[in-house]
Design a protein around this ligand. Structure first.
Ligand code: FAD
Ligand code: EPU
Length: 332
């Protein structure tokens, strides 16, 4: 058995039958050329995956490396392999004078996982820059490509979480970054920046994130535990009558996004603990492991939050993190 504790940022004590690092395309092909019925799990940096229990299948850790840059008159095309670290890619691009990714600085994890939940922060989602995602199709046993239009990107969502779930291994991502850079500063505290350079935005995002989110190296966590719910305007208007201060972000004519952190905070969970699992005192949407937490305590705590939010606000919270038990994915 291999310890999985350091392979996922939540850091629960768990182990797996086998961990295989995939560091070349040949190796990937060899491993997946034949149909396998044995349970397996693809893992990047483990920052959106929680191993609640000992995992009975094989874990394939994506370690494909490589970055290539091409340019035309109007844009840079950055091709990065799935096992590259996301934040290091952001830094590398900025050192090369390629801007646009600064709002997405300091998001943990790998390049290959980034399109799956369409990573987003501070007013930008990665879909804005995706030109193409290349993946190994586990049914056809060949490499396929999807351009952005076919990835069905949405808030924390893509085709990789729906139609293609379980059928693909992302091998590389191609990003298109326009040379005509435009600052995105409409989110929260970024609005205070005047005529910022890309590096000003990068520095501000890094500082904000460090002040709000616990560092997984010091305290086990997986970022936002739940997604921010998108609710219809009728329900929102009803809620607003009781809680006029409820924060909200309009989505379209009939839907509104509300911060799950506010709902959880309002119910008094912030700073509370269940055994070794806690709701972070600075950010109610982040559940953490003080080093002694167990999968059972986490499930119990997350379910009690979900049920209280449903009871008080009639809102169904969905977990953003991927919860894995001994057999595979579980839902709350
Ligand atoms: P993993 O947890 O290893 O994997 C996530 C899922 O993708 C799993 O289902 C896995 O099977 C699958 N997967 C991974 N790689 C591949 C591949 N190559 N092919 C096929 N499937 C694959 N997210 C945001 O969007 N915005 C944020 O601001 C943000 N902040 C965070 C802050 C902290 C402190 C933490 C801990 C997490 C945060 N996250 C955020 C969540 C996380 O960083 C992202 O979801 C990230 O993309 C996960 O990358 P990973 O490589 O660690 O994925
Ligand atoms: N709030 C509270 N209590 C808290 C924290 C926040 O009431 O303890 C309220 C405040 O009204 C605040 C609002 O919630 O204005 C939003 O908070 P914040 O700006 O911290 O963002 P978030 O909605 O909690 C989302 C993403 C983060 C991303 C930030 C910045 C989701 C699920 N989470 O968090 O992504 O970094 O915005 O863009 O969409 C992640 O996905 O893991 C993640 C960290």
């Amino acid at each position: 058995m291999h310890s999985l504790t350091s392979l996922h940022t939540f850091g629960l004590s768990s182990s797996g039958n086998q961990v295989i690092s995939i560091d070349s395309f040949d190796m990937l092909q060899k491993q997946f050329m034949n149909v396998t019925t044995d349970p397996f799990c693809i893992l990047g940096g483990g920052s959106n995956t929680v191993f609640l229990d000992d995992y009975q299948g094989t874990i394939f850790k994506m370690a494909l490396k490589g970055i290539q840059i091409e340019e035309s008159d109007s844009e840079y095309l950055v091709t990065a392999a799935a096992g590259e670290n996301w934040h290091q890619l952001v830094e590398y691009c900025m050192q090369e004078g390629i801007n646009g990714l600064e709002n997405l600085a300091l998001i943990p994890g790998t390049v290959g996982a980034a399109p799956i939940q369409n990573i987003g922060a501070y007013g930008v989602e990665i879909e804005r820059f995706i030109r193409r995602v290349d993946y190994f199709d586990l049914h056809a046993h060949s490499v396929k490509s999807l351009d952005r239009e076919h990835c069905q990107f949405d808030y924390r969502d893509s085709i990789f979480k729906s139609q293609l779930a379980g059928q693909f291994i992302i091998t590389q991502v191609v990003l298109a970054l326009p040379k005509n850079w435009m600052a995105v500063t409409q989110y929260g505290e970024l609005q205070n920046l005047t005529a910022p350079t890309p590096m000003d935005i990068f520095n501000k995002v890094v500082a904000l994130r460090k002040s709000k989110l616990p560092d997984p190296i010091k305290i086990g966590n997986a970022g936002s535990f739940f997604k921010n719910p998108i609710i219809d305007k009728k329900l929102f208007t009803e809620l607003q009558q009781e809680w006029p201060e409820i924060p909200n972000y309009p989505i379209d004519a009939s839907n509104v996004k509300v911060p799950a952190a506010w709902l959880i905070d309002r119910l008094g969970f912030k700073g509370k603990k269940n055994g070794g699992i806690g709701c972070h005192p600075n950010q109610a949407l982040v559940l953490f492991n003080d080093g002694t937490g167990t999968g059972e305590q986490l499930l119990q705590f997350a379910r009690s939050i979900k049920s209280a939010v449903s009871h008080t606000f009639s809102i169904n919270l969905e977990n953003e993190v991927r919860l894995m038990d001994s057999q595979g994915l579980v839902t709350l």
